[in-house]
Design a protein around this ligand. Structure first.
Ligand code: DC
Length: 218
């Protein structure tokens, strides 16, 4: 059985992870950060010394890799040959290369298949760039979270992370395969004008209202 998915897309540092986590906690759903999966493969690519733009190298990596995405306590743990990849996903070199590696069609196909299979495990809040447009385009629950570039840059600064948002925005939006796009049926939310709690409350109440069984017809 395919469980419901709440799709939360948006650009880097839009605040979508904070909102997605709150929504998942409130509803008791599994939280899935698909960006972390692209980051994990960017780390593995760099660690192997592969050219991050090479499709044959990525194909080779995918054929050999022992990659596991497991649900533990309603979150996804990413491992390679039993090594936890979480400590490696937010390194500055990963930030710098992730938009290049994530544009490789071989990797996208591999991860989109994996992400779709997670719908068999339970209800999900899945955040990323192409969740509403590609991964779970059939979902009735789609949100696109954005904020102006100044607000997003300040957010990264406060997180103490080095990240070139303008370059990532350009690469994520212009790639040929599943570019960052707002789905036509996604609700646009501004995280510069509303705090994460207010946005999460709105999503949770909309989802609850739409899931309420309708009046029974005699
Ligand atoms: O959400 P994030 O900043 O952690 O994502 C890291 C990169 O991964 C982002 O620059 C684009 C890519 N990404 C993607 O292409 N598709 C997704 N569903 C999620 C992330």
């Amino acid at each position: 059985m395919l469980h419901p998915v709440i799709c939360i897309d948006g650009p880097a540092a839009s605040g979508k992870s904070t909102v997605a986590r709150l929504v998942a906690q409130d509803l008791g759903y599994i939280y899935v950060d698909t960006g972390a999966m692209y980051r994990a493969f960017t780390f593995l690519t760099l660690e192997a010394g592969h050219d991050p733009t090479s499709r044959p190298r990525m194909k080779q990596l995918l054929e050999k890799v022992d990659f596991q995405a497991e649900i533990q306590k309603k979150e996804i743990t990413l491992r390679e040959a039993n090594r936890d990849l979480a400590p490696h996903t937010r390194l500055p070199e990963v930030n710098a290369a992730v938009s290049i590696v994530s544009a490789l069609p071989e990797l996208r196909e591999y991860l989109v298949n994996l992400q779709r299979k997670l719908r068999l495990s339970g209800p999900l809040v899945m955040e990323g760039r192409d969740i509403g447009t590609v991964v779970c385009s059939d979902s009735p629950f789609k949100y696109f979270i954005d904020a102006c570039p100044t607000v997003r840059a300040e957010r990264r600064r406060q997180q103490g992370e080095k990240d070139n948002l303008a370059t990532r925005d350009r690469l994520d939006s212009s790639r040929a395969s599943a570019p960052l796009l707002r789905a036509a049926d996604a609700t646009l939310l501004d995280s510069g004008k509303n705090d994460a709690r207010a946005l999460a409350d709105r999503i949770v109440s909309e989802v609850r209202a739409r899931q309420k069984p309708g009046p029974t017809v005699p």
